[in-house]
Write a protein of this length. Structure first.
Length: 379
């Protein structure tokens, strides 16, 4: 079976992890700092704070943005559940705006229509690794005094305009789950240029406890003294993971270019199939190609599960990204209804993610293309 995605970990990654295991620090040592610096430098942001997962990083970003019970946050339904779940975790209300069918990304016009007096934050999601319409969303955020957060779990290594993803939003989240651009096993990060957010992210990551003498509420205390200022968690990444992350960051551009080559081959060799819609490339942004989301033509969407099964039968791993978040029973039980975001529902009903990852061989790509061409004839 060709998997739909797989991590790339090689000898020098393994060597770096072994070095840490033999060192005095296995958590929160020098490798965590080095990893954070390499992410910040790569993205062109001032600060990077690493976390135990992308989900933990989102939780921290929502805390740092100052979200409280009852605050509304506008986000995409075409995402992994964690984007919305962590909003619920801080007591905020996810408000789903519809997507553009061509990209799977938030449509800025639908976002603006959902703004109310209670709206505090917009969370854009870079679906499949293609940056969301950052300039339009930033303009809306500025006009209505909202914080703009980018869920770039798919998009480390992508760029928008002349800058990398991570250099644009108030806070940008990355995930280092094995199927994302780089991996640390589990892990995540927030990048930001804002010092106040940076300090809140650090506090939240470590139990809400500070040792910073300038920040202590009770002054004149001994050297060992520390204070807890807010409710926080243990969301720290280990030095073992960070060593893997530092080593993987060195290969990030190679990973992204390999994914790009595969995507361009698929685009070239699948574009004329009458029953499928192929993701496009854009001149103002580049994708990190986390996914290659194939879609059935709208009039053929009832054949999606047939195609899915045929691909699996031919030994090709496939996935559906995603069920619109509000269609999960948890959200339905909270009053979200079918029909809320028609484009996201149509996209979800017609989508199949086909294999794309740096180690996917030419031979396997050829097989995948051949099988899809054969399925196209049967529809
Ligand atoms: C993977 C992912 C997350 C969560 O990241 P984890 O590191 O798995 O916790 C959040 N949002 C999106 C869009 C993702 O794909």
């Amino acid at each position: 079976m060709i998997p739909y995605s797989r991590q790339w970990v090689d000898k020098d990654d393994i060597q770096e992890v072994i070095k840490v295991l033999k060192s005095p620090f296995i958590t929160q040592g020098p490798k965590v700092k080095e990893f954070e610096e390499s992410i910040a430098q790569y993205c062109g942001s001032t600060y990077a704070v690493s976390f135990s997962s992308g989900t933990a990083a989102l939780h921290a970003a929502y805390y740092a943005a100052g979200l409280h019970a009852g605050d509304e946050v506008i986000t995409s339904p075409l995402t992994f559940a964690a984007t919305a779940n962590m909003l619920v975790a801080v007591g905020a209300v996810p408000v789903f705006a519809d997507i553009e069918i061509a990209t799977g990304n938030l449509d800025p016009r639908t976002v603006e229509k959902k703004i109310t007096k209670r709206t505090k934050v917009i969370v854009g999601v870079d679906y499949a690794g293609l940056p969301v319409d950052i300039s339009a969303l930033k303009k809306i955020a500025k006009k209505h005094k909202l914080v703009f957060i980018e869920d770039a779990a798919h998009a480390l290594g992508a760029s928008y305009g002349k800058k990398k993803v991570g250099a644009h939003a108030d806070m940008t989240m990355f995930s280092f789950h094995p199927l994302k651009s780089i991996t640390t096993g589990e892990g995540g990060a927030i990048v930001t240029n804002n010092k106040e957010y940076y300090e809140k992210l650090l506090l939240f990551r470590s139990h809400g406890i500070t040792k910073d003498t300038k920040k202590l509420i009770n002054k004149k205390n001994p050297a060992w003294y520390h204070e807890m200022h807010d409710l926080g968690y243990n969301y720290r990444i280990t030095d073992i993971q960070a060593a893997l992350g530092v080593s993987q960051m060195k290969k990030l551009d190679f990973f992204v270019s390999r994914r790009g080559e595969i995507a361009h081959r698929y685009q070239k060799e699948l574009e004329n199939l009458q029953n499928f819609v192929i993701p496009k490339t854009f001149s103002d942004r580049t994708s990190s190609w986390h996914l290659f989301p194939l879609r059935l033509a709208p009039e053929k969407k009832h054949l999606r599960d047939f195609c899915f099964n045929e691909l699996q039968k031919a030994g090709i791993g496939v996935q559906v990204h995603y069920i619109p978040v509000y269609r999960h029973p948890y959200y339905e039980a909270r009053g979200y209804k079918k029909g809320l975001c028609p484009n996201a529902e149509l996209f979800s009903e017609s989508e199949i993610s086909i294999p794309i990852f740096p180690a996917l061989s030419q031979k396997d790509q050829t097989k995948i293309i051949k099988v899809i061409r054969e399925i196209n004839k049967q529809l």
